[in-house]
Each structure stands twice: as C-alpha cells, then as structure tokens.
Write a protein that binds this ligand. Structure first.
Ligand SMILES: [Mn+2]
Length: 354
C-alpha cells in the first residue's frame, strides 16, 4: 500500500480530483523514463478505475511538456483536465485553458496560474514521481496492487538501496531480479535512437507484474529487447571517450556522438572517476543542431545554480532544469560554443555546423 509518510504530499490533488466529471476524458502526459512511465501508468489506471476515459501521451526525444508539438497532441483528446508527470513544473501552462495538475519531484521553476503542483522536491529523501502518483492515485481508486510499477520507478531513479518501504514490501510478491530486468528493458525505449517510449508505456499498462513484462507474451517485449541491444552497442562506443578539463572552472567534459541517449549512462562512470570535478557528458549526435548534455558532481556544488551563473546569452527553454545534483540541457551550437568558452574550454569543446 502507498506510504503513509508521503500521503500529505498528495493533499493538493484531493480538491483537483474531486472536480473531475466521470466519463469525460482526462489526458495524462508523462516523461519517457521509467519513473515518468510508472507515474503515467499509475495515474492512468487510477483514473480508469474511477470511471474516467483516459488518454496517455508520453514525451519523445528531447521531450519537454512545453515543446511546441505537445499542446496540439493533448488538445486532440479534448480533455476536461490534464495530469503532467515527471516533467518538471514551469510558470507557463502546458495546455492553456485546461485545469492541470503536475505530479513531480524536480525543482519547480514556477506553477502556471490555477494549476496544482504535487511535488516531492524538498522532501528528504525525495520520492520519485511514481511514488507521488501512487499517493494521488489512492485518492481516486484502490491502486495498492500497482506496488510493482511504483517499485520500478524507485529502482530506476534511486536504485535498490533507496530508503522506501515499497522496495521491501514489493519483494513479498515479486522477485527483485524480475523488477530490475523489467526496469532495464523499459528504460531502453527512451534511450534508443528513435526515443519512442510508447511500447514501454503500453507494456507497463498491460502487464500484470514484472515477470509478465519480461515473459514474451506481449509483442512489445521483443521490440524493447531490440532497442536494448541497440543502446548497449552505442553505450560500449560512448564509454571509450575520455575527459577534457576546463581552465577556469573544475568542469570535466566528455564528448560523445550518438543518436541514442547514452550521455546519462556515461556520466556516472566519470563522476566516480573524477570526484572533485563537475562532470559533463555532451552528446552532439542526439538531436540535429543541438548539444544535449548531462551533469553530475560529487562536490557540494549546486549544479542548477552553477548553470544559472554560467548561462550563455540565449540558452532557450531546455537548460538547467532537474535536480540540484543532476541536471543538464540542450543548447543550439552557437549557444553551446559560448557556454563552453565561458567555462574555460578551448577549441576542443566547440562544435561546428556541418
Ligand atoms: Mn523522475
């Protein structure tokens, strides 16, 4: 069952859910990583069980809820309300005119007028968006059986040592190896070259448990296995790159070039090897015309503040969001070049239009 110590975090969702009219569609938009997918699946199932028609959408490559293509995708469903999970929270609405609740654990950059924010930010330890979704879901319907989906969100974002009861409780019914393998398989989708996590979401929605995710009884399992092999090959290649060091700051830069989302997989390796550095892994092959980068550090530096202090003149909307110790962004080439010059890198860090 959901965690009594987290229940109070879902309180703002109570009045929001009470206003929903049964039978009219509700849209759910979730992030494509395992935590986002878990949060989306739990919210969608809770809404369905409460008698609502639900449309679930998942973000794509470089996905943000505020990218221009997202609002029209959501508007097609003519939703009475929108739930946005694990995608952060900003002061601009995602779908103007539609009552919206954000379920999230990243540092909020604002809340749109009239919107509801259920946040785990500032709670120690910080729960996943999946755990927050579970607390919200309980206000709509009985979702206690979705403990394994929530456990996947915790394994994916926080690892198997996270101090949450769900990780121990879930082992009474499910094997931890199945949960770990299901997490790895589901995460492969958003890391693949297409970044299309819809097969992962549909598998998570239809499977009855982690063993069923892996069983092969659903066509999505084979699709995800192929994506996982593609990502493994790209990761093996990306691991070969070495760091360059900035002159003015303690930033170490590792450059990779892959259509797969391998930069967040490479960064923990270098964070361990370079504990006194701010480690930045930049991928020049992920999105056309963009440098996508991920930052981690073992130092006490607040990375969101660090990026604010070192921002290029026009970073755009996808820069410096996330967690204090885990952030990143996507910059156009000219902005990237100004950003790395400001950090104290030489020509080795520059990218040129090809
Ligand atoms: Mn998350």
């Amino acid at each position: 069952m959901p965690d009594p110590s987290l229940r109070h975090l879902a309180e703002p969702f109570g009045p929001f859910s009470a206003r929903l009219v049964p039978g009219r569609p509700v849209a759910v938009l979730c992030h494509s990583d395992c935590d986002g997918l878990a949060a989306g699946a739990v919210l969608a199932k809770a809404l369905e069980r409460a008698g609502h028609a639900v449309a679930v959408e998942v973000t794509g490559k470089g996905g943000s809820a505020w990218n221009p293509e997202v609002a029209p995708r959501l508007a097609r469903h003519a939703p009475q309300a929108l739930l946005v999970a694990d995608l952060g929270c900003r002061s601009e609405p995602v779908l103007p005119g539609v009552p919206t609740a954000f379920v999230d654990h990243h540092r909020p950059d604002g809340v749109p007028p009239g919107a509801v924010l259920v946040t785990g930010y500032g709670t120690d330890p910080t729960p996943t968006s999946g755990q927050l979704a579970w607390e919200c879901g309980e206000l709509l319907a009985d979702v206690a059986d979705l403990d394994w989906v929530v456990a996947i969100s915790v394994l994916s974002d926080l690892g198997d040592k996270a101090p949450f009861a769900v990780l121990t409780d879930v082992r009474k019914t499910h094997r931890i190896t199945h949960l770990r393998d299901a997490t790895a398989l589901l995460n492969a989708a958003r890391r693949s070259a297409t970044g299309d996590a819809t097969p992962a979401l549909s598998l998570l929605m239809k499977a009855v448990g982690p063993k069923d995710v892996l069983s092969g009884g659903h066509p999505e399992t084979d699709q995800l296995k192929a994506m996982k092999a593609e990502v493994a090959a790209a990761f093996a290649e990306a691991k070969k790159a070495g760091p360059r060091f900035a002159r003015k700051t303690n930033v170490a830069l590792v450059r990779v070039h892959s259509p797969c989302q391998v930069h967040p997989m490479v960064v923990p390796i270098w964070r361990t090897r370079l504990p006194r550095q701010i480690v930045m892994v930049a991928n020049t092959g992920y999105l056309p015309g963009r440098v996508n980068f991920t930052m981690r550090t073992g130092t006490a530096t607040n990375l969101i503040e660090f990026l604010k202090a070192h921002a290029p003149p026009d970073p755009g909307p996808n820069y410096g969001h996330g967690h204090d110790q885990a952030t990143g962004g996507a910059l156009a080439f000219d902005q990237w070049n100004r950003f790395v010059a400001g950090l104290g890198f030489g020509p080795e860090a520059r990218v040129e239009e090809s």
